[in-house]
Design a protein around this ligand. Structure first.
Ligand code: IPM
Ligand code: MG
Length: 355
């Protein structure tokens, strides 16, 4: 098959980890006889440094024309000024809305080899395997907002329409049907009117899936349940802001953010694939970053944008193999000897090539 990838390395460790993801996907092309083309584009702080703004038009056009987008990370302390009108993060929000990427999939799987590498007890997290489905183009992130003239009051509106809730809950219910058949919807319906709409519509959608085990939880309770009984969750669907918060919490179950991939999908058009971790400027350029989240994001691209399930599974198996063989980047090394970004990526390439 022929496919084009738009690669947006971005800030901090973004370039290092996307380089490894790209190498792995090139190895897949060689092994399985595909022809993949990659083009690189500026985004985030890197683009701002060149005077192009966080999301240059050329980058957006290249993304529209691609089959899938690999994003490294955006964000840098140089651009942290809270009064600034332009920020690297606007690139992400701009891409999500311009490409209609309403569904953010964030799988959190606790690998048996790594149960001890996180801050939580191994017997609590063992066997955890959750797919978070976060609504990504609505809610408070994209609602009306403003600041009064004197700067002493501000507001951000959280709104949802029936259609927005329906499509994300349906996607989550379909995913649950193909997994362990459990769906949890998370909201704040005891307080927020918008969450009452969410809960009502979600219930209507789920009525079409009589085989699903369905649960609703309030976001505050969810943050506790996630730590007390993480294994009980299969697919969790929630609104934009709640999903942002709860997936950071969930990343700690897996031991390191360096392992967590994500996919952002629209109704059609290219999907965007990025590691859940950020730009980590403190370790950038030192060959310390864990490339596995970016590599696993590339596997999601093969699956969701190119429909190459076998190839996606081959990448995931290769990652499992290198971890089983004891290879560790510093974030998951627990004091033991560790390898660098490049060596870890090369090991996955090697495992893919011999698959
Ligand atoms: C994420 C990030 C972004 C978000 C920021 C960088 C805009 O935290 O993808 O979770 O809040 O969505
Ligand atoms: Mg976040």
């Amino acid at each position: 098959m022929e496919a084009t990838f738009a690669v947006l390395p971005g800030d901090g460790i973004g370039a290092e980890v996307t380089r490894q993801a790209r190498d792995v996907v090139e190895a897949i092309a060689d092994t399985y006889g595909h022809s993949f083309t990659f083009t690189e584009h500026d985004v985030g702080g890197e683009a701002m440094r060149r005077g192009l703004g966080p999301l240059p038009e050329e980058t957006l056009e290249a993304c529209r024309a691609a089959d899938a987008i690999f994003l490294g990370a955006v964000g840098h302390p140089d651009f942290d000024d809270p009064t600034a009108t332009e920020r690297p993060e606007q690139a992400l929000l701009g891409l999500r809305s311009a490409l209609g990427l309403f569904a953010n999939l964030r799988p959190v799987r606790v690998l048996p080899e790594l149960v001890d590498s996180g801050p939580l007890k191994a017997d609590l997290v063992t066997g955890t395997d959750i797919l978070f489905v976060r609504e990504l183009t609505g809610g408070i992130y994209f609602g009306d907002s403003g600041t009064s003239e004197d700067g002493d009051s501000a507001y951000s509106v959280m709104g949802y329409t029936r259609g927005e809730v329906e499509r994300i809950v349906r996607l989550a219910a379909d995913a649950a049907t193909n997994r362990r058949g459990r769906l949890t919807s998370v909201d704040k319906a005891n307080v927020l009117e918008v969450s009452r709409l969410w809960r009502r519509v979600a219930g209507e959608v789920v009525a079409d899936y009589p085989g699903l085990e369905y649960e609703v939880l309030l976001i505050d309770a969810m943050t506790m349940h996630l730590l007390s009984r993480p294994r009980d969750f299969d697919v969790v669907v929630t609104a934009n802001l709640f999903g942002d918060i709860v997936t950071d919490e969930a990343s700690m179950l897996a031991g390191s953010m360096g392992l967590l991939p994500s996919a952002s999908l629209g109704a059609d058009g290219p999907g965007l694939y990025e590691p859940v971790h950020g730009s980590a400027p403190d370790i950038a350029g030192q060959d310390l970053a864990n490339p596995l989240a970016a590599i696993l994001s590339a596997a999601m691209a093969l699956r969701h944008s190119l429909d190459l399930e076998q190839e996606a599974a081959a990448v995931e198996t290769a990652v499992d193999e290198v971890l089983a063989a004891g290879m560790r980047t510093v974030d998951i090394a627990e004091g033991a000897t560790h390898v660098g970004t490049v060596e870890m990526g090369a090991a996955v390439v090697e495992a893919v090539s011999s698959s």
